[in-house]
Design a protein around this ligand. Sequence first.
Ligand code: FEO
Length: 404
Amino acid sequence: MNHISAVKISDHVYWVGAIDWSVRDFHGYDTSRGTTYNAYLVTGSKNILIDTVKRDYVDELISRVQSVIPLDKIDYIISNHAEPDHSGSLDIMIEKIKPEKVFASKMGVKALAEHFLWEHDITAVDDGSEIELGGLKFRFYETRMLHWPDSMFTFLVDDNLLFSQDAFGMHLASSERFADECEWPILEYESAKYFANILLPYAPLIGKLVTKIGELGLNPAVVAPDHGPIWRGDDIGKIINLYLRWTKQEMTSKVVIIYDTMWGATKKMAQSMADTFAAAGHYVKVLPLKGVHRSNVITEILEAGAVIIGSPTLNNNLFPTLADVLTYCRGLKPKNLIGAAFGSYGWSGEGVPQVKTIMEEMGIEFIGSCKAKYGPSEKDIECCRDLARQVSEVLKEKIANKTN
Ligand code: FEO
């Protein structure tokens, strides 16, 4: 008897994934709400498994499959993505099931062999190709760099259902399987966080891929991602529109102030800047790095217009927490931002210029900086207020020029 069951999500498809309530780190991403590794079972005269789960969760996958059919009744496996949270138990499933064929994209065949160092026979499917398995039609679309070179969508024509692998997913463990059973603000935040932390470097490409879904005439009734809840009904249009917005990264009047502090001086500078921005009518988010994870920082930056960074100087360097966050954010390549830097120091003061260098490397238009020797003195605070007013003016002007 199986202790956990599959959930039917369309005429031929069951969700057979795993719920990971406990994961809190996903290669550097703070998964504070856990996640799911979604896998799907397509049933008919032939049975097809779509993706697998993280290796530690293979028993959960097997149990859910067996609540529908015996494992050896699976005829085919389709692997949409080679990352181990979806393919980490693929070899176990191949060995147990002995399927007639396993399908992946061309790059997927390569990635699976290279990543897992095994030699299972995987059949490559072409971009745009269609195959019939047990009377059901499956169409494949390469989605290179969404977010790995091997990534692929599978479209089940008969159920008008798109298996979208990581796209439109989020790290959210829940007992509900459909997005329309969950709270929208949580879905929007976790989707934005996923986009910012996983997909942002490829935003222009993703914009084209999302547009391509419409151009191909796909109008799926269900979008089944590899993480988090499944989309159906009006929610599909809502998540697609959010993706189109995030891919554009348009400048907004939101200001994000990120800082750390040793003895409170840089904190006072942050407070004075936040106060000045708020008085100028900006939506301001202040992120003290003691207690704010890097993955939440980039989530706040996703829809910002200005990023202001405060770092003390420690041992001739910017503060280590800032180095961590800036390294992380630099890799994710946020666009269309202006910025400034500030910070206190005792005798050498390298922190602020080092922040400036990294911000410029990130393509952030740098407006200016304020440094306080110990302090901050009234003059230092006035420097911060002047700098905030200057950033505010530039930001408002850029937004006005964009909308006129
Ligand atoms: Fe959820 Fe790219 O793996």
